[in-house]
Design a protein around this ligand. Structure first.
Ligand code: RFL
Ligand code: PHB
Length: 391
């Protein structure tokens, strides 16, 4: 098999890259380890930056988003029993918060690729890369029936997430990593929305986040020990803990309901530099991971592949490899901005095991500053709704 760009991974990075390349007449093949059903059923991100929403609309995959997404003007920060609304729309000159589940974005991208004759292989295994320094690198893999295949490419895009193999093919890479001593227990529940915006809470018992999916389904998160077993978290305990953490002095009431999905995720800050080697380019979580408190991961993956698609376009349409040569350098500034913002939101909102009284005082001082200072709120809002894609 032969293609121009071989893409490993059908997450947001891989599928959006394939979609953007197709619009420029550049051929790609996407190889994905999981089944299509598993890709379309994995519950992850929820919040899209405003420019990502515009991009999906402008490139013809925003129709269902416009019908089904939830649009908010801002978020609430809650601490010491009080809520404080951060009006993003006002603070950013009109940019709001869009909630549309990651797997819905993936469904829309997969449907569009297949409708336009794109090639996606699900259920592949044993991916290995070869010839990254030559003109025709290749990907060896087994298809869903276990048969060995080889895909010969002009370029390879490693969009295979934090655990994928692509990154390991970059020699002399430098990896920066921080593990957080807490994780998120996430649930999907049948219940009405808690508020007309997301609520991020810093409580003595730990962090909680009230997000949403539809008018009937809500997505809630609790800070937990990352080593906790789900068996330790029966539904009643989850509701008791959520209600305790989001309580306010004026009697906020959280409506509960049947929980139909639960998982615990670990949290890390991770960056791999550089993001390229020979004809291999890595993007998204394969190159960098953030804790989910800033809602940045999917959006950062999208920003990488916008740059990568542009670099490939320049190469194929103008025989100019400048964009490809500087790809990693072009990504670095935004990657570190998003890494820092995610760390900032995480450390401001979670209870840190082993923290002392003075750490807690510092945290509350930061929260007070964000909700009382226009300049500070504006900075948070600018980062949250998303800096422009070229930043
Ligand atoms: P993904 O989504 O991990 O996709 C990688 C794909 O590669 C496949 N793969 C392989 N395929 C073939 N061969 C192999 N050897 C392979 N190894 C792996 C995998 O099966 C997978 O399909 O990476 P990508 O595309 O870079 O996208 C990153 C995002 O998924 C991630 O950053 C976000 O989900 C993070 N995130 C959030 N981001 C936001 O922008 N806004 C949010 O509100 C937000 N909330 C979240 C989040 C992540 C969360 N979890 C579960 C960690 C909330 C949570 C709880
Ligand atoms: C979500 O709805 O899944 C979500 C919202 C905000 C975050 C992370 C996840 O910061």
């Amino acid at each position: 098999m032969r293609t121009q760009v071989g893409i490993i991974g059908a997450g947001p990075a891989g599928l959006l890259l394939s979609h953007l390349l197709a619009l420029e007449g550049i051929e790609s093949v996407v190889l994905e380890r999981k089944s299509r059903e598993a890709v379309e059923g994995t519950i992850k991100a929820g919040v899209l930056e405003h420019w990502v929403v515009d991009l999906l609309r402008e490139t013809g995959v925003g129709e269902r988003l416009d019908r089904e997404a939830t649009f908010h003007d801002g978020i609430e920060l809650r601490f010491l029993g009080r809520g404080h609304f951060i009006d993003m729309r006002r603070l950013t000159g009109g940019k709001g918060v869009t909630i549309y589940a990651q797997h819905e974005v993936l469904k829309d991208l997969i449907a569009s690729r297949l409708e336009k004759g794109g090639t996606l292989y699900f259920g592949v295994s044993g991916v290995e890369l070869d010839g990254l320094n030559g003109p025709h690198p290749s990907i060896r893999f087994r298809n869903h029936e276990g048969q060995p295949q080889e895909l010969v490419c002009d370029f390879i895009a490693g969009c295979d997430g934090y655990h994928g193999p692509s990154r390991s093919y970059i020699p002399n890479r430098r990896e920066y990593l921080r593990h957080y001593p807490f994780g998120w227990l996430g649930i999907l529940a049948e219940a009405p929305p808690a508020a007309p915006h997301l609520i991020y809470t810093n409580h003595e018992r730990g962090f909680a986040l009230l997000s949403t999916r539809t008018s009937k389904i809500q997505r809630y998160y609790l800070q937990v020990d990352p080593h906790d077993d789900l068996a330790e978290w029966p539904d009643d305990r989850i509701w008791d803990e959520l209600k305790a953490r989001v309580a306010t002095e004026d009697g906020f009431h959280l409506v509960d309901g049947p929980i139909f999905q639960k998982n615990i995720v670990a949290m890390r800050s991770f960056v791999c530099e550089t993001m390229q080697y020979g004809r291999l380019f890595i993007a998204g979580d394969a190159a960098h991971t953030v804790p989910p408190t800033g809602a940045k991961g999917l959006n950062l993956a999208a920003a990488d592949v916008v740059k990568l698609a542009r670099a490939f376009t320049r190469y194929y349409q103008h025989h100019d490899d400048q964009g490809l040569e500087t790809y990693s350098a072009q990504c670095a500034r935004r990657v570190w901005r998003a890494e820092h913002f995610s760390w900032f939101m995480t450390t401001m909102l979670h209870r840190i095991p082993g923290e002392t009284e003075i750490d807690r005082k510092f945290q509350l001082a930061q929260l007070e500053y964000v909700v009382r200072s226009e300049a500070s709120a504006k900075s948070l809002a600018e980062n949250y709704v998303g800096l422009p894609p070229d930043w």
